[in-house]
Design a protein around this ligand. Sequence first.
Ligand SMILES: NC(=O)c1ccc[n+]([C@@H]2O[C@H](COP(=O)([O-])OP(=O)(O)OC[C@H]3O[C@@H](n4cnc5c(N)ncnc54)[C@H](OP(=O)(O)O)[C@@H]3O)[C@@H](O)[C@H]2O)c1
Length: 302
Amino acid sequence: MRIVLTGATGFVGSNIGKVLTDRHDDEVIGERVDMTDRQAVASYVASAEPDAVIHCAILNDWDRMHADRPAAWNSYVEATRNYADAAATADVPFCLVSTDWVFDGTQSGATEDTPPNPINLYGFLKAASEIIALDRGGAVARVMGVNGTHWARPAAPRAQDPGFGYFVASLVDALEGGQPFTVWEGDDINGIASPSLGAMCGEVMRAVVAGGHRGIFHCCGASSATRRELAAAAVNAFGLDPSLLRFGPAPAEAFAGQRIPFDTSVSAVATAERLGTPLLNLDELLAAFRHERTTGELAPLG
Ligand SMILES: NC(=O)c1ccc[n+]([C@@H]2O[C@H](COP(=O)([O-])OP(=O)(O)OC[C@H]3O[C@@H](n4cnc5c(N)ncnc54)[C@H](OP(=O)(O)O)[C@@H]3O)[C@@H](O)[C@H]2O)c1
């Protein structure tokens, strides 16, 4: 397939791109076109003549998103409209990458059909973008607790944040270097989630666009975990020293006074059944990530 992929240089996008090229021999068109420029996006997609469009780019700047609401709206909602419309004009499948933060943190085990109830600006912008993608006949692939390798920028700094993304890499980096790592705990951060692996998310999205599927899909493993449980499983999977783990509250600046959904565990059973994609447990996900770190390649599927 020939696939337009936005955000190809980002963490999640680099995983989607690697899965498409390395596992499926797809051609990825990943130029950085300003996603808020409607005319530029329309021309870009029309001239690329793709078989599908996956929109993964994001204004990933928490402070700017809050300080400049029009820019945030344009970068999330209007950018989604631009790519969804361009894909519809080209009559090819469209998939928006979204998030478990469309849920409110009390909707434990939310399925693909559970109505979202976002509690912060990011969740609201993503939920609004989802409606546009679905309304245009496209698909929504919610990623969550994304761990794995940043294939485009392997040296990019990694740090724990109020979500679950990058958690395992930052923990492994610290412990492998003999440094302590404080696992954040508290009611004010995302404390329970359904971890995933970036490459596994890419596999789900490939199945979505290859099958021309519409609707909502969840990209995560079979298990949910607290931060403490994920830390323990990572220490075990990577053979690390558990005495370097510490536990404590997140620094206040980590969430800038925003409400963070606490329990965003979800189910991906319906996604796996519909697409025939694997639903890995936590240990299998971590083993696949360890394979990536030690070989520099994607783990074999299955
Ligand atoms: N990471 C997670 O754990 C996680 C969890 C849930 C959902 N998600 C979703 O996954 C998607 C990607 O997130 P990420 O963590 O991979 O973000 P990221 O690493 O910050 O990547 C963002 C990408 O968007 C591009 N971009 C930014 N502004 C742009 C613009 N105006 N026009 C075109 N491209 C632009 C960036 O390009 P430059 O680098 O060139 O600026 C980069 O390729 C988002 O939809 C996010 O909601 C991620």
